[in-house]
Design a protein around this ligand. Structure first.
Ligand code: PEP
Length: 251
């Protein structure tokens, strides 16, 4: 049985004080959650303070991105050691907004995945197609390239520590959600690609989140699907009650 993982990606939202408050609200809201792994990803600026709030609770910390270099002249970037020191457990890698606006490529995703694993942290690797790609009939090709690219030269043992997040670009922040069936079919395909690379055991063990306008109302249907093992949540993760409603569906 794969454990559900519900992760809130706060993106470029919340000041430091607002982030601390939201983290406190979430810690309080999920204190009785037992079965689901709960993760939050604040901004870099708020991460250290949020880390203090979640320490010793059942809420884990993720970072929204890292640079793959250890240190140096990379203005605006954060290294894996910085993230590790504050106690983050997960790193979100390859989010479609990084791919769309900040030149993320299959190569940089792969470098970040390897750097994260090397440091003993766990990647949440985002994949997903645009509407043009889906309508153009190249959904499987795109997902295959993204998955194979992310896992290039990653051992089966390391791959088993990763989480995949299937996020159709057309569903992110749009209010349009993939249907239960669309999400299930696509995630089953993603799992089959993992199986092709690493075999049955790694594929069956890997958790695949759905992301794209997930909320309390549509979470039960999505999370009931065989190949959907959680959610990567944007908008609905910015309030403790809307985030908790999704976690309730997983519990
Ligand atoms: C996301 O950005 O990962 C996301 C899924 O956003 P939203 O839930 O707002 O669509």
């Amino acid at each position: 049985m794969r454990q559900y993982i519900i992760a809130g990606n706060w993106k470029m939202n919340k000041t430091v004080s607002e982030s601390v408050q939201l983290a406190k609200d979430i810690v309080e809201a999920v204190k009785d959650v037992k079965k689901t792994e709960v993760v939050i990803a604040p901004t870099y600026l708020a991460a250290a303070k949020v880390a203090d709030v979640v320490k010793g609770t059942n809420v884990k910390l993720a970072i929204q991105d890292i640079h793959w270099k250890d240190q140096g002249a990379y203005t605006g970037k954060v290294s894996i050691d910085m993230v590790k020191e504050i106690g983050a457990e997960y790193v979100i890698i390859g989010h479609s907004e990084q791919r769309q606006y900040f030149h993320e490529t299959e190569e940089t995703v792969n470098l970040k995945v390897k750097k994260t694993l090397e440091a003993g942290l766990k990647p949440i690797i985002c994949i997903g197609e645009t509407l043009e790609q889906r309508n153009g009939g190249i959904l499987k090709e795109i997902l295959g390239l993204q998955i194979k690219g992310a896992f290039k030269d990653v051992s089966a043992e390391d791959a088993a520590k990763c989480v995949l997040a299937y996020e159709p670009v057309w569903a992110i922040g749009t209010g349009v959600t993939a249907t239960d069936e669309q999400a299930q079919d696509t995630q089953a395909y993603a799992r089959s690609v993992v199986k092709e690379i690493y075999g049955e055991a790694v594929a069956e063990g890997m958790r695949i989140q759905y992301g794209g306008s997930m909320k309390g109302a549509n979470a039960p249907g999505l999370l009931a699907q065989k190949d959907i093992d959680g959610g990567l949540i944007g908008g609905a993760g910015l309030k403790a009650d809307t985030f908790k409603a999704i976690i309730d569906a997983a519990e």
